[in-house]
Ligand binder design. Structure first.
Ligand code: BMA
Length: 921
């Protein structure tokens, strides 16, 4: 029998066999039992691969406590400063000397700087956690036991050493002290935020973070395949540009056959290939005719996400069979950067067209879902990404300070129709550009582009996060020319060149934010990368009133904007002691990584709402303050997101407008803290995520005040639109259309959908806070000519007079489209709520009805109109059909769906409800 390794678990893939015939390819996973040790501290504990030393230490008899508990990020900093070694023993059979059998050691991801040693001999070194390494170990392994060690050097120590020996300083060296982080993160090719960020702790991991395995093969083995999906000539059918990459050993050439098939169609081609150590790839263009009948892939809300497997099978005598599967989708993507009008100073557009349709990108930004990647399951990713899709999100940015995400992640974004703006992993710093660094980046970018380019959800590659802004800020510095040349070397002559070579049909921008093609024309560093008239912008301001849109930019595309709020109270219970449950406790201060962040939130709240009275004791006070921070965040991001959507189809005289993207910062969290996230680390939604269900709704009614006027817009998306230009000014707008041709084959006839979305009746009601019956009602029939239009406009004073409301502090506006119960509604406060004459609402849960194992209906009653009604499920994790809402009727129902089966009697104990005035009891 074939010996199975004692230390490491060996799994045979591809060809099941009980011995190693020369024509087999075997893959043995070494992801079983390892030890991780540090000799200086005399520590040696069992470790899992994939994994890191932090989780290994925690798993072993709780040797360290939960790294996320209280300030353990600082208490456990020694772990990141030490050098750790991973070791295991595996058994190997004797290789067949009569064949050219070879053995590779493949590491899909090593974090980060290590020397790999087998049986005392160095076999390789690693310097970049985003590179897949493989080493030929044929001459190193022996029959029987083999010892493998991966000797890591502390990431923080290595980065500091690199910075110290670099000929000049590359800022930023360190980051604000409130982050309790490590310096020189730009000197190591490792997840930048693992050295801390303004929303996350420092856990500079070491470990084998992706699978590691041995591959036994004959003369050749296929180890990677890429597919680029292109439209066929004359936009008829499709072409798959395929390429297979091989490991080839020995001299001479090897002849084999490569079969490429598109599953569920007749498309299949078999090609002879001749390989050698010089020629290790084969490429073929496979035509997918219209008759193959493939369906298109659409973003969320626009249609189905049709996915097809492409199977690559390689056979050769003396090589064995290897096969790989790539799941693709058929869609076209363009980033349109055309003149806004005939007036050049108005600038260029910046919007995505998918399958020929302009798309308003609604979404958010993604950060790593855990400090320890080994803890992330597909279920956790699914629950976060499903929550995004439920909030009508059709696009998201994988931000450049984290990681290139896992295959599970992109499988889900492909399935859910979430377009991915993919940053390369460089963020908020300048970077070195010496030969060794560029060498690592070259391997990294080549590998990651090949790994991900077939995915229909990938819509754009971006060189970095905010580094064009960072270099622009160095203009005038003595080292500016050096920094500029390094910037160009890294992002343009290295990264852009690789993307253009490997994935020529893709969209590339050199940075986010940037001015797109305008940035390119300015030598890739524009004087104002944040221009409203070009490209994308990131916008943050914590001094302005974010419940009013007046101070927000009107850009082409807002790829980041956000405001902090605390995570949910119950989520903190996982890591705080009862004595920490206070807004100003040392632990609450410790968790805040944004300088002055906790004070800033109070200041923002105070613009609109009263703070809790001094008499409220902790932890109740902390709970109420958390609630208020979440109200402020939800209202701010609602106001800003609606503002961007309202500006999608119009242009101001200075060219601002045609805003076609709103990606708020940030979807998810990495620990329990005050951050910009809409979903906290436990998976509980903050009020913001509940609001996103509404403000990203495909049909939106959106009131705001413009001077003395109340102006109410209707905004539609998820319908086909066409670009129309004014015949005189050539100014662009987006018009809904009932029939649109997509390529040659798909004709979307959505007449009824468009009709329904673009015509209707808007009702506007003025309420007094004192009564469930509106004071006055206005109705207006509307028919939209463009995708975002003002439908109702009237002077607020005259509205109040008509309604008999004597003070704006007594009244507010409610508006809805068509049927009141259709759910497309919104409201607008005429005065700050801190000044308004709100009455105390007695709000109660009057009934719970189980709908299914995981779902129940909650009936609520109130004695008064209640703003920001907040349901809290205590220990239970799940989602409410709405939360944080304005309750306008004496009773209403809300459903709760748990992530697991619900124990009704326990939930009854845990469930609570409050509204704003409860803070002031
Ligand atoms: C942006 C991001 C992050 C940061 C966020 C909030 O600039 O790119 O670097 O976390 O702001 O400050």
């Amino acid at each position: 029998m074939f010996p199975i390794g004692v230390g490491a678990l060996c799994v045979i893939l591809v060809t099941m066999t009980s011995s190693i015939p020369a024509d087999a390819v075997l893959k043995w996973y070494l992801d079983g039992h390892w030890t991780v040790s540090n000799a200086a501290r005399n520590v040696s504990v069992p470790a899992k691969v994939p994994g890191s030393m932090y989780t290994a230490l925690q798993d072993f008899n709780n040797r360290t406590e939960n790294p996320l508990y209280r300030d353990n990020d600082v208490q456990l900093a020694w772990i990141g400063h030490a050098n750790w070694t991973y070791t295991t023993v595996f058994e190997c059979p004797a290789l067949d000397a009569s064949t050219s059998e070879s053995v590779l050691l493949v590491a899909e991801g090593v974090d980060t700087v290590s020397t790999v040693v087998i049986n005392g001999k160095d076999v390789g070194k690693t310097f970049d956690m985003f590179v897949r390494y493989s080493w030929d170990i044929t001459d190193v392994i022996q029959p029987g036991d083999n010892t493998i060690e991966v000797r890591f050097e502390s990431a923080t120590g290595y980065a500091a050493k690199q910075a110290a020996s670099y000929p000049y300083t590359v800022p930023r060296t360190c980051h604000p002290w409130v982050q309790h982080g490590e310096c020189y993160r730009n000197f190591i090719r490792k997840e930048p935020c693992s050295f801390s960020w303004d929303w996350g702790p420092s856990f500079p991991t070491q470990g084998i973070w992706k699978p590691m395995y041995l591959v036994f093969f004959g003369q050749a083995m296929m180890d990677m395949a890429t597919v680029e999906v292109l439209q066929g000539p004359g936009e008829k059918g499709w072409v798959l540009k395929t390429k297979a990459y091989f490991n080839v050993t020995g001299g001479g050439s090897i002849n084999g056959q490569l079969k490429i098939s598109l599953v569920n169609t007749d498309v299949q081609e078999v090609h002879d290939v001749t390989l050698s150590t010089e020629k290790t790839w084969a490429e073929f263009n496979i035509s997918v005719p219209e008759s193959a009948g493939v369906k298109r892939w659409w973003p969320n809300g626009y249609g189905d996400q049709a996915l097809y497997d492409v199977i690559f099978e390689f056979t050769a005598s003396d090589a064995g069979l290897t096969s790989l599967i790539k799941r693709i989708g058929f869609r076209t993507i363009e980033l349109v950067q055309d003149p806004v009008s005939s007036e050049p100073s108005q600038g260029l557009t910046f919007y995505f067209k998918v399958n020929g349709l302009p798309i308003f990108m609604k979404g958010s930004n993604w950060i790593p879902a855990d400090n320890f990647q080994e803890r992330i399951t597909k279920d956790r990713l699914r629950s976060l990404l499903q929550a995004a899709a439920d909030a009508h999100i059709n696009g998201m940015r994988v931000w450049g300070g984290g990681i290139y995400e896992s295959d599970d992640f992109y499988d889900l974004t492909d399935e859910l129709g979430i377009l991915i703006w993919q940053d390369f992993m460089f963020a908020s710093d300048l970077y070195p550009a010496d030969e060794a660094f560029i060498g690592n980046v070259t391997q990294e970018v080549t590998y990651q582009v090949r790994r991900l380019m077939h995915r229909p959800s990938i819509c754009l590659w971006s060189g970095n996060n905010e580094n064009e802004g960072a270099i622009k800020d160095k203009m005038g510095w003595s080292n500016y020319t050096i920094y500029y040349n390094d910037y160009i070397k890294l992002y343009i002559t290295t990264i852009m060149a690789i993307v253009t070579r490997e994935h020529p049909s893709s969209v590339f921008v050199s940075s986010s934010p940037s001015n797109g093609v305008q940035t390119a024309q300015q030598g890739y560093v524009d004087k104002d990368p944040q221009s409203n008239n070009y490209g994308d912008v990131h916008f943050y301001s914590y001094d302005i009133d974010e419940w009013k849109p007046g101070k927000f930019p009107i850009p082409r595309f807002a790829s980041e904007y956000g405001t902090q709020a605390w995570c949910n109270f119950e989520t903190l219970l996982d890591v705080f002691e009862p004595s920490d449950m206070s807004y100003n406790s040392s632990q609450a201060v410790h968790r805040q990584h944004h300088p002055q962040g906790n004070q800033e939130m109070l200041k923002e709240i105070s613009m609109h709402l009263k703070l809790p009275p001094g008499r409220t004791p902790d932890p109740q006070r902390f709970k109420h303050l958390i609630y208020l921070t979440q109200i402020n965040q939800a209202m701010s991001i609602k106001t800003e997101s609606e503002h961007y959507r309202r500006h999608q189809s119009s242009v101001l005289p200075d060219g601002r407008g045609l805003t076609m993207g709103a990606l708020y910062w940030q979807l998810n969290d990495i620990w329990q803290a005050p951050t910009w996230a809409s979903i906290d680390f436990s998976g509980r939604w903050k009020m913001l995520h509940n609001y996103a269900l509404q403000f990203f709704s495909p049909l939106l009614v959106s009131p705001y005040q413009d001077g003395n006027d109340l102006d109410i817009f209707v905004v539609v998306d998820q319908i086909p639109t066409v670009e129309v230009r004014d015949p005189d000014t050539q100014q662009l707008r987006f018009e809904p259309t009932t029939k649109v041709k997509v390529g040659d084959d798909d004709v979307l006839d959505l007449a009824s959908k468009v009709e329904k979305a673009t015509t209707g009746v808007m009702t506007v009601e003025m309420y007094s806070w004192k009564s469930f019956t509106p004071l006055h009602t206005w109705t207006v029939d509307y028919k939209l000519n463009t995708t975002a239009e003002s439908v109702f406009r009237q002077d607020v004073d005259s509205m109040m007079t008509e309604a008999g409301c004597t003070s704006s502090t007594d009244c507010f506006i409610h508006t809805f489209l068509n049927d009141r119960n259709q759910g497309v509604d919104n409201h607008f406060f005429l005065a700050e709520l801190k000044d308004s004459n709100l009455e105390k609402a007695e709000i109660a849960i009057t009934n719970l009805t189980r709908e299914s194992e995981k779902e129940l209906t909650i009936t609520l009653s109130t004695t008064k109109i209640a703003p920001f009604v907040w349901l809290d499920a205590g220990w239970f994790i799940g989602k409410f059909s709405r939360n944080g809402f304005l309750m306008l009727t004496p009773t209403t129902t809300v459903t709760f769906t748990g992530t697991e089966a619900l124990d009704l009697s326990e939930l009854q104990k845990q469930l609570s409800v409050m509204s704003l005035m409860d803070v002031y009891d």
